[in-house]
Design a binder for this molecule. Structure first.
Ligand SMILES: *[C@@H]1O[C@H](CO)[C@@H](O)[C@H](O)[C@H]1NC(C)=O
Ligand SMILES: *[C@@H]1O[C@H](CO)[C@@H](O)[C@H](O)[C@H]1NC(C)=O
Ligand SMILES: *[C@@H]1O[C@H](CO)[C@@H](O)[C@H](O)[C@H]1NC(C)=O
Ligand SMILES: *[C@@H]1O[C@H](CO)[C@@H](O)[C@H](O)[C@H]1NC(C)=O
Length: 557
């Protein structure tokens, strides 16, 4: 199990070597691998996105970004990439109003209804210059291309099953997929929109496409990754390779930085994630990667790195569906995750934390739990924390009935230096979106006082061996380990018991520990006691009335 950071030091040379290692490994395992590429794009922006443009001016702008895509597709093809993913908003940018984005919109035909190769049949649909160019990029470089653009679907106010906007059109934030011959093979409209004034939320759809080299992929966009629909719904239909286009800003430490979310999701769901994010210093965002349950090739820019794009290429295994049924029982669903199943105990002879494992975690809590805890906001949520005062020890902290346990040993000793805390949160996050959580997190505090615990920090020097455990009311628990300078580590050991206990053990971190997290999502509580508006009063797709996988017709079965 290796995590291979492709940080900026060494740059492309490092990447190339990694790709070679993957290739060598793949040759020994026959045809069951493919070469994936993602491009972290530094956009060429429209400096005044709220000012309406002519179609000609909008196209002139988009073509500048497409020129970059064309160049990157050539580089990816040189490295034998079979699929290349570009990020959300990568062609036009952000901050448009509903009307100012108008000149960027193209009407994207439904590939289920209309077999169309925009490169070879440009005259079939008018006003499709962007689709044509993307299609030709895929065709010219002989690879699948996934890109994100803005779609206009005409509708008639009053005459549609869902209420058509008064201006007679839907506007969707959309992923499009072209096969290596240039055919438009999939179109996905973002469901969980995030403060996007320019776009509507569609009826939920699960969209997948099939490839000759790796089978099926599912499509999600940015904020979608936090929700059951469409993300978990796709996985529950057996999709194990997801394409994630994102404009994930700002970088949300300590729990939801882009690469942290990407790793956690891949590990927690036992799936591959091809994740392309945008790069922007003003928006404070970077972080893209090719994540499988057993490997990660990723990039996160460091402070001071020049602001530019980054192509990542890696050979990865094809993940076959683990089951085909839509309804599966708890036991077989648990097999879909990389967690080892175990029915009792959480101590194994083969690890360095044996000394912390002599008692079951719930059997004996530290005596003074309540007197030593404090509440501090982390990611806007009131976490209950307890400090790690010693060089080694065990701790418990609870938020209501939800408890987290930690055994730890730190180097150097606690006396000099960095402050760490164990935090627990069980409740509904309500800032900038609403989602129900149970989280256990071991974090480095940003400063030397308890009030700084939960605040953003990127560097740490303290190495830590630990066992982190929680007893969750959900089987959707996403693990991650982040060390200094935005480097991920693959947890040594993950385990999940039938009663909801999840254990993550790790030791010998290469860098100082920043965050170790078990991020539990209580999807089943997301819609409890809520209106269809967020705390901010804005409408979000995620606040739609309860939708389950059963309500959604998958487009490709
Ligand atoms: C978008 O709007 C936000 C908030 O007004 C602003 O901070 C940001 O700079 C804008 N970005 C672009 C690219 O227009
Ligand atoms: C495209 O536009 C031209 C000029 O307005 C029109 O003659 C033609 O029928 C249109 N083609 C399609 C496919 O809509
Ligand atoms: C994760 O998926 C692989 C197949 O891709 C499977 O062999 C493995 O058992 C799964 N992990 C768990 C813990 O079920
Ligand atoms: C850690 O030290 C602080 C300050 O001395 C103290 O208030 C707190 O109770 C200690 N916490 C634990 C878990 O021992």
């Amino acid at each position: 199990m290796t995590v291979q950071p492709t940080q900026s030091l060494g740059g492309d040379a490092v990447l190339w070597i990694l790709a070679s290692v993957f290739s060598a490994a793949a040759q020994t395992s026959g045809q069951s691998s493919y070469v994936a590429a993602v491009y972290e794009h530094r956009l060429i922006w429209n400096p005044e996105p709220r000012v309406p443009l002519s179609r000609t001016a909008a196209l002139r702008h988009v073509q500048q970004n497409l020129d970059v895509y064309e160049k990157q597709a050539a580089l990816a093809a040189e490295q034998n990439a079979q699929i290349l993913v570009f990020p959300e908003d990568g062609l036009q940018g952000i901050n448009f109003s509903r009307s100012s984005i108008y000149s960027y919109l193209e009407t994207i035909p439904d590939p289920q209804q209309d077999t169309w190769n925009p490169c070879t049949e440009p005259d079939k649909h008018n006003n499709t210059e962007v689709l044509q160019r993307l299609s030709c990029i895929a065709r010219r470089h002989n690879l699948y291309v996934v890109a994100n653009m803005a779609d206009l679907q005409p509708c008639s106010p009053g005459n549609e099953p869902a209420s058509c906007p008064p201006d007679g059109r839907w506007q969707f934030n959309t992923n499009v997929v072209f096969s290596s011959s240039g055919q438009l093979v999939a179109r996905y409209h973002k469901y969980n929109t995030y403060f996007e004034e320019a776009f509507d939320s569609p009826q939920p759809e699960l969209v997948t496409f099939d490839t000759p080299f790796a089978g099926r992929f599912g499509l999600i966009i940015c904020f979608d990754i936090l929700f059951h629909v469409p993300t978990v719904a796709l996985i529950e239909q057996g999709v194990r390779q997801l394409i994630f286009t994102a404009a994930w800003y700002p970088n949300q430490l300590p729990l939801l930085a882009a690469i942290q979310v990407q790793q956690a999701f891949s590990l927690g769901s036992n799936v591959t994630l091809l994740a392309a994010n945008i790069r922007s210093d003003p928006l404070v965002t970077s972080g893209s990667g090719i994540f499988t349950p057993s490997s990660a090739t990723y990039h996160h820019a460091r402070k001071g790195d020049p602001e530019r794009g980054r192509l990542l290429v890696a050979r990865v295994p094809v993940l076959e569906p683990l089951w085909t049924g839509r309804r599966v029982d708890t036991e077989s669903r648990d097999e879909s995750s990389p967690f080892k199943a175990a029915d009792s105990g959480h101590c194994h002879q083969d690890n360095q934390l044996d000394s912390y494992c002599t008692k079951p975690p719930s059997a004996e809590a530290p005596a003074s739990v309540s007197s030593t805890t404090f509440v501090s906001a982390m990611m806007y949520d009131p976490f209950t924390f307890v400090l790690l005062n010693d060089t080694e020890g065990s701790l418990r902290v609870c938020d209501g009935a939800f408890c987290c346990y930690l055994w730890y040993r730190r180097f150097p000793p606690a006396t000099d230096g960095e402050l760490y805390a164990l935090g627990a949160f069980a409740g509904t996050h309500t800032k900038n979106g609403r989602y129900a959580l149970q989280v256990c997190a071991l974090v480095r505090c940003a400063g030397s006082d308890a009030g700084s615990c939960g605040k953003e920090v990127e560097e740490a020097e303290t190495k830590m061996d630990f066992l982190l455990e929680g007893k969750f009311g959900t089987r959707y628990v996403y693990p991650s380990v982040l060390v200094s300078q935005m480097v991920l580590e693959q947890p040594e050991h993950l385990e999940k018991t039938g009663d909801g206990r999840v254990t993550m053990k790790h030791s010998n971190t290469a860098g100082g520990l920043v965050t170790a997290c078990l991020y539990g999502r209580m999807y089943h509580l997301d819609n409890e006691g809520t209106s269809t508006q967020g705390a901010d009063g804005l409408r979000h797709g995620s606040f739609e009335p309860e939708v389950t996988a059963e309500d959604i017709l998958p487009l490709h079965q």
